[in-house]
Design a binder for this molecule. Sequence first.
Ligand code: FMN
Length: 160
Amino acid sequence: MSRKLVAYFSASGVTSELAKVLAEVANADLYEIKPEAPYTKADLDWQNSRSRSSIEMKDPSSRPAVADKNANIAEYDVVFVGFPIWWYVAPTIINTFLESYDFSGKAIVPFATSGSSGFGKTMEKLQPSVSGTAVWKEGKLLNGKPSKDTLANWVESLSL
Ligand SMILES: Cc1cc2nc3c(=O)[nH]c(=O)nc-3n(C[C@H](O)[C@H](O)[C@H](O)COP(=O)(O)O)c2cc1C
């Protein structure tokens, strides 16, 4: 059986709730990708072009610092990576996370929550942050609190 990790970043709790259920259903460990400087409500104001999230997301080279690098990726075969969609893609802290570890030989399974946007160009923005031979699974939008059955069927369909 493959060893699985659900790693997630969540700024307002939606992805966090989903990640916990997914970890239970997939029989995976759970790891929260925490920013070194937590995002405040003001930081998350997408209507303010000068908010922290707006500034970071306008700069594709931004790499917000993570609070720790303790995910022990080496112990796992499969890493689910969850995040909210920000400005149609993954928050750049996900690039920081991916660039912090060696994913060689691992399967990476991105999943996200959003207001309504799909994955768009999310995958092409993330893939350059992983060097080596990782196998990327198609990203999955999991909005609307999917049931355990729905999540289990999805995990099953991935043939991990
Ligand atoms: C800075 C920022 C940008 C966002 N951009 C988008 C977007 O482009 N499309 C969308 O559908 N939702 C967008 N959202 C909404 C979040 O994706 C959505 O609320 C998500 O479920 C939040 O997850 P979280 O609670 O785990 O942080 C954005 C939210 C924030 C804070």
